[in-house]
Ligand binder design. Structure first.
Ligand code: NAD
Length: 483
């Protein structure tokens, strides 16, 4: 579907996200004819750039991410970009920005349609939203806003931010972006669950023993120590990406694929999310920090990290729902920095059945999200020349050619914003519920910190995280499938 005319304002136009993701993704949409010719993008940041300099930056961003491009196309695309030097904390700058937006709206006949993108440090989101409102930056057509993660630091701050944004935007026009929801294999979860009788019919506590989600990062905190120390793995990864995955795995089947129906199914599920008590946090959660090596710093010695920090670079935990198709099934998750490899994967572990062969291997359905995209089901078969059972994988894998065609998550999600499809964005009521869960865990940890006895497991870098995470399983027959 071709987009409608629009003026897009990117707050943070000189930043990393804009350069690496937004400009290349917008170009890809433009090349495919998915952006209307009547569009202009205003990049804003504090630096005193010119329109021409921003266009050079946009062109560089495209060249850095594409092997081959048509230079005329790049030039034509970049000509739609305009730069406005703008300090988001300075009210007067919004007056200048509004003037430029109105001029471009006339020049491009954008019909008063405005799209705002908050591609900046989250501490500025509330300020930007407030000034969009008090300086009347919204146009006479549609007004949409894309908000990057993290949306708040806890429930109270998320509620405050939401209040500031909803002063100018309706819930339907707020696109809280989580790029995991744009990933190919994450978008494959619903079709996999709902179109395969083989899978759909076993999607219950009767057959599923547990679900395991791993979001492993190879890197440490790098140069982001100062920010990371105020956040930690639970807020940085569980509150958004992991909970989105959990929700897709546990939600009931939506009545159709409309955005409303999908969000309705998610919200129905989330009502039954069990919020852990402090005792359950102690029992079911492990937090950890990486140690150093000959060549790397321990977390507490990283630049800009408090040497007495209790911030976790690793967390493993358990959750459950009381309703939905997999009510009562334990869902284990873990995420952390300095794992042995970068990997995002989901393992659905099926229960054993009695059989005349004795002990067979468990059937697992594994969805690999990153770096490879594949789904495989482990099944049991007979050994060729000796008695016994062997394990094999049935694999659904993307070829290199297919993978090359998969759009980046940002490209997909930006297109969704243009065509006003909020299916793969986070609704406020979902986000609120995620924060209720995260706050319960953070509060329990905070109390432990205050009592002077925080249990923070130390783990060796570039392995699988702390061994304490092996103890969160409900039964001795459970263990991490990905080891
Ligand atoms: P960044 O630090 O690279 O960019 C921040 C931008 O804000 C820069 O353009 C900077 O000039 C501008 N800025 C700072 N203070 C300003 C002020 N007072 N007034 C106007 N402009 C100001 O940050 P980033 O990595 O691009 O991240 C932006 C957002 O995107 C964050 O919310 C982050 O969590 C999210 N995000 C980033 C990535 C990524 O790959 N970089 C991925 C996912 C989400």
């Amino acid at each position: 579907m071709k987009n409608i005319p629009v003026i897009m304002i990117i707050f943070g136009g000189s930043g990393d996200l804009a350069h690496r993701k937004l400009y290349p993704s917008l170009f890809n949409l433009y090349e495919q004819g998915l952006i209307h010719d009547n569009f202009a993008v205003i990049g804003t940041a504090r630096r005193p750039w010119s329109h021409e300099y921003l266009r050079e930056q946009v062109s560089d961003a495209i060249h850095e991410t594409h092997d081959q491009v048509d230079e005329n196309e790049v030039k034509a695309f970049a000509s739609h970009f305009y730069y406005q030097s703008h300090d988001v904390t300075n009210v007067e700058h919004y007056v200048t920005l509004k003037k430029l937006a109105q001029e471009l709206d006339d020049r491009y006949s954008a019909q008063g349609n405005c799209l705002f993108y908050m591609a900046m440090a989250p501490r500025f989101f509330g300020t930007i939203a407030t000034h969009i409102n008090d300086q009347h930056l919204t146009g006479s057509g549609f007004n949409r806003i894309v908000v990057e993660k993290p949306f708040g630091h806890d429930l109270v701050s998320a509620e405050q931010l939401n209040k500031e944004i909803t002063a100018s935007f309706d819930e339907n026009d707020i696109f809280r972006i989580d790029h995991y929801l744009g990933k190919e294999m994450i978008q494959n979860i619903m079709p996999m669950r709902f179109t395969n009788p083989l899978i759909k019919n076993i999607w219950s506590g009767e057959y599923i023993k547990n679900i395991q989600i791993t979001l492993a990062e190879r890197l440490g905190v790098e140069a982001r120590g100062g920010y990371y120390d105020t956040s930690g793995a639970l807020r940085d990864m569980v509150q958004n990406h992991i909970f989105q995955i959990i929700t897709l795995l546990a939600m009931p089947e939506p009545k159709d694929l409309s955005s409303d129906s999908v969000h309705q199914a998610k919200q129905e599920l989330l009502k039954s999310l069990i919020i852990p008590t402090p005792e359950e946090v102690k029992k079911n959660f492990v937090r950890g920090q990486y140690l150093g090596s000959d060549t790397t710093f321990a977390y507490k010695k990283e630049p800009n990290v408090d040497p007495d920090s209790t911030t976790e670079t690793y967390v493993a935990g358990k959750t459950k729902f009381t309703s939905g198709p997999i009510a009562g099934v334990p869902i284990y998750f873990r995420t952390g920095k300095e794992f042995k490899e970068k990997k995002t994967r989901i393992d659905i572990v099926l229960k054993h059945i009695n059989n005349p062969y004795g002990q067979a291997h468990s059937n697992n359905i594994t969805i690999e999200v990153d770096p490879e995209s594949k789904i495989y089901i482990t099944i049991n078969g007979k050994k060729i020349d000796e008695p016994g059972i062997r394990r094999e994988d049935l694999t659904y894998v993307f070829s290199k050619e297919e993978m090359a065609k998969v759009p980046d998550g940002y490209e997909r999600l930006l297109h969704d914003v243009f065509v006003n499809d909020s299916t793969n964005f986070t609704h406020w009521s979902e986000l609120k519920r995620y924060w209720e869960f995260i706050d319960a865990v953070e509060d329990a940890w905070q109390k432990e910190n205050e009592a002077g006895n925080p249990e923070i497991a130390q783990y060796l870098p570039y392995r699988m995280g702390p061994k304490e995470a092996d103890n969160i399983f409900e039964s001795p027959t459970e263990h991490w499938i990905y080891e």
